[in-house]
Design a protein around this ligand. Sequence first.
Ligand code: HEM
Ligand SMILES: [Ca+2]
Length: 801
Amino acid sequence: QTLEQAIQPIENLDKTLFQRVDVTANEKIQKDVILSNIVSASLPSIELNIQSAVSQDKSFFDRGIDQVGVRNTDFFGPHLITSPQAIEIASVGELFSGVAKSAVEKLAISKENINQQLSSRTPISGLRCPFSNVPDCTAAATSRYRTIDGSCNNLNNKLWGRSFTPFERMLPALYDNGIDEPRQTSLFGGPLPLARKISSQFHQPSLIGHLMPDLSHMTMEFGQFLSHDIQRNALSTGYAGSSLTCCGSTGPISRPNCFAIEIPTDDPYYSQFNRTCLNFVRALPTPKLDCSLGQRQQLNQNTHYIDGSQIYGSDEQTSNSLRTFTGGKLQTGADPTIPNLLPKDTANAANCILPASNANVKCFLAGDVRVNQHPALISLHTIFMREHNRIAAGLEALNNGWSDQIIYDEARKIVGAMLQHITYKEYLPEILGDAIMNTYGLKPLTSGYFNGYKSSVNPAIKNEFSAAAFRFGHSMVHDSLKYNNGEQYFKDVFLNPSTLYDTSGGVNSITKGLTESNSQKVDERLSSQITRHLFERQPGFGGDLVAINIQRGRDHGIPFYQLIKTVCNVSGNVHEPSVWTALNGLYQSPFDIDLYSAGVSEKPISASKIGPTFACIIAKQFEALKKGDRYYYENSGDQAFTLEQLVEIRKTTLSRIVCRNTGITSIPTKAFIKNISATNPTMSCSGVSAIDYNKWKCGWSDWGPWTPCVNFIQFRLRTCRQQKPCAADVCTGDAFEVQMCGSVSDVDLPRIKAEIQSFRSILDTQHKLVGVVDLHTAQSALQNIASQHALQNVDVSLSAA
Ligand code: HEM
Ligand SMILES: [Ca+2]
């Protein structure tokens, strides 16, 4: 089937699949009663099912099949670390799925109408809702600072964007049974092609010629760092903190929450190691935020907002564990040779690959547990931790009398704003291009406040974005990291912190290397370092990130590509014909094609690096993250930066942050652009100053210059900085000074003195009325006094410096 033929019937298809069924209020009440009865009738058997799943897991554990800690054949790394809060929520999620299934069965609801028929019936009596404890946001409503967990950002929907809340969706999920079973069946019957087959056939290893010509490898890395700010899926675990084993000696094992990736026997790579199966566990289930019944949803363990949570943590406990509690600083590692590394994970909770010879070398702790994935990610984490501590020191030196807490909060606020500025000013324009930036209103302003906050916008990360579109960055991953005068292949440095302890290279060399090498093109080809050797601990036993991405999409019930393409208003042929043919040829029908594979392989739209469907999903997400974030850095309001502080934030570039916090001496002005040119000259790090902390000093600013002499009178002004978190009474005295100037004759002297008196009282009134004395208002008041005498005497020569 050609693409044209495939697209033609799509209009009809999506309408019938996801039609909205409206019911009257009476019908609702009736069905609510029926539903409550179903809940109470079916709960015991659902609980029994869950119990039996637990005892099954226990038996796997008792037999030593599921183990605590890693084995040489494990390749999920820190992504498998699941927080206790997530496991707690998931236990309720299992119940919700069970109830939804029995309701659908008993009410004979058709698969297509599940969400409409089951939703709007909240709360379901008999089911505890993990999201019913809504926090008290009284203090947060006027607070200058975000909460650590992201709650109380939206004051109408206090849990929007909080850590440990579900991913939202652009479209309802498409599960095999309508509710919770992974999408494995073609819409037209028969199985979907194996994820590993699609990966090995369609997503072949990138070639030398597949470099992105203009963008540096830093662009890839910042993308990952940003991704770790806004999303962390919660994956299933086994009994007593063990890992679920989903592969047996002959292939996938069938057990709850397992969804192993089958390897075809003729696999071009893994077959030589006789591997038949790649371990893969399902994402944990969660109820929806409103706890209405419906399809299985997935849980984001991080705050959805761009707020630096990968640096600070997404819950109080993590955030506290990373602080020193003096001077607002974050902890650093007490390493004797290299100062200012991240604090050490001495217990090796992240299961890193550590050298036996050097007990000093440890992995690191940060706000996001995936920090140790590879040295480039660790380096960015280190740089931003250092920037926080630099700012904390700068703020402390102002002697504003701020406590540790205030300095920490303010430095965290500034770092979060810097991250947003880099994201919207530097990163997204390179990925999306100018036209899309404009269409979605993503460009930051160059001055003034952005007044586009909308409390109706839910910032939550969309499942289509997380499970597919924003994984476009995996295609940018290069085979190696440039290091000193050589390179390090990813497979040799995954989960290995040794590079960071190298006194002759370390963070400096890795970071410089990122700016001096290219990203790979966003296309269907991906580095074999991640499609064969992901987190490899033993040759042949690495993972395949593309197969994982495809399988994850099916695990989450992400609808097929054509449907999302239609919702994004993308039409026509958006692939190279040969690419489409190769992909389509693997599937029974074009309506089965997985979003990840088809999205990443679209032809980039002009001036952008990605195709139209991923661009749509990504632009919409970043629009929501901007307009739906009360603490977006350019907003005015109670939490706002002052305009002069905003000027400082807007000077931020990633290169400047790198310069300030590494030993690098020169760097491209634009860290994301690889080649040096007139528009991207080399910048010397020695000229890079810190932000001007004086804009955070409480009390009087310095005096402005004396104004020109008008009618023998001149004045100068100063402003009081008593914005939060300054105390309200930090300024005593006047905001203005007035003096006589020029040579005043004895005749004029009494008059001028009187006029100075009245001018002072005008300024005084203005000060008391609006809190500041405005230069232009003051100047016209003075002109006014002068002109009353018709002897306007302007002596410009005396305008003092
Ligand atoms: C060497 C670099 C990278 C490695 C080794 C890596 C590895 C991984 C792994 C193992 C997962 C979990 C997959 C799953 O279980 O579903 C993942 C998820 C993800 N990655 Fe990457 N990644 C890299 C770079 C990037 C980049 C550059 C981006 C974006 C620009 C990105 C975006 C994502 C997203 C959005 C997810 C889903 C997050 C979630 O599970 O909550 N990654 N990555
Ligand atoms: Ca966040």
